[in-house]
Design a protein around this ligand. Structure first.
Ligand code: FES
Length: 318
């Protein structure tokens, strides 16, 4: 479990970079270097008015030690976090943050295909930069409802250096993309994708090319599908010596808190990784959007803000 104490960041730049998309550059309030990060990482930001935490992928230059860059798309149907950042936060404001954390690591590969939908481009920009620095072959398919909403296009063109590895699909003009045409047949190509659920479902449905590995995706909202219906079960916090019953309508995290066990959560949607917990016995019913297939099968950790139990009893390292 990540127990990093939130520190403070100061907003040094705020600018509109696409329709409904604002870029924030955040520096350390005291001028010290910021913690290192790798492509795919995100930070947790405490929103200034509500105090709730939201997760934002780092999309700037990872070699710059004094600044983090994030992009935030206004989500009219969201939970208010994006509107708060767009409307309330200004240059000079300070925000508490946690992390960086990385649940979307850029695994080594001989070649990459990146697939981004809208603001899902953010974790993929540093991956494109890394592939470029390593001189590895890569392609990017960047899809959106309209070209005006696609941020960072000039930055991506610079990273491409005129080699035409970036394909922009403007669905407003060209209609739905023929995603199946992009499915790699070569097992050396590793796919990383981020964006809306429907896009990621389609990319995941490609599966692995023979001898290759399946696509890795990062979801901004939790995968609502669980493997089993929500039923009551017993959860044991082994280190705390506490046992309680998780009702069908409450999360494991809430049940444990009700029984006096401290469980730190942030997104409460299985997308940020804050509540990662070791599993000592029992079989988790994974409902997060973080673990890959191998990690799910191993059953050694889970995210109690959303995940449940497939059996009558789950023992956690808490
Ligand atoms: Fe974010 Fe559990 S609190 S994954």
């Amino acid at each position: 479990m990540n127990t990093a104490v939130p520190a403070t960041l100061t907003v040094t730049s705020k600018r509109v970079v696409a329709e409904d998309v604002v870029e924030f550059v955040l520096g350390s309030a005291d001028g010290r270097r910021l913690p290192d990060w790798a492509p795919g990482a995100h930070i947790d930001l405490a929103l200034p008015r509500s105090g709730t935490m939201r997760q934002y992928s780092l999309c700037g230059d990872r070699w710059r030690a004094d600044a983090y860059t994030i992009m935030v798309q206004r989500e009219p149907d969201g939970r208010g976090g994006s509107a708060e950042l767009h409307d309330v936060v200004e240059v000079g404001d300070t925000l508490e943050f946690g992390g960086p954390r990385n649940h979307f690591r850029m695994a080594p590969a001989e070649e990459y295909l990146f697939v981004a939908g809208g603001i899902g481009i953010t974790p993929l920009i540093p991956m494109v930069d890394q592939a470029r620095r390593l001189d590895l072959p890569w392609r990017l398919l960047y899809l959106g409802r309209s070209a005006a909403r696609l941020a960072a296009r000039a930055q991506l063109e610079r990273l491409d250096g005129g080699r035409r590895r970036v394909t922009v699909h403007d669905a407003g003009r060209a209609g739905r993309a023929r995603l199946a045409d992009w499915r790699p047949a070569d097992p050396r190509v590793r796919v990383f994708a981020c964006g809306p659920a429907r896009l990621l479902d389609a990319v995941e449905s490609w599966g692995a090319a023979p001898g290759g590995l399946p696509p890795r995706v990062e979801r901004f909202t939790a995968d609502a599908q669980g493997g089993a219906a929500a039923t009551a079960f017993e959860v044991v916090a082994a280190r705390s010596g506490v046992s309680t019953v998780v009702d069908p309508v409450e999360s494991v995290a809430d049940a444990l808190r009700r029984s006096g066990v401290d469980v730190i959560t942030s997104c409460a949607q299985g997308v940020c990784g804050t509540c990662e917990t070791g599993v000592l016995a029992g079989e988790p019913d994974h409902r997060d959007s973080l673990l890959d297939d191998d990690e799910r099968r191993s059953g050694t950790c889970m995210f109690p803000c959303v995940s449940r139990s497939r059996g009558p009893r789950l023992v956690l390292d808490l």
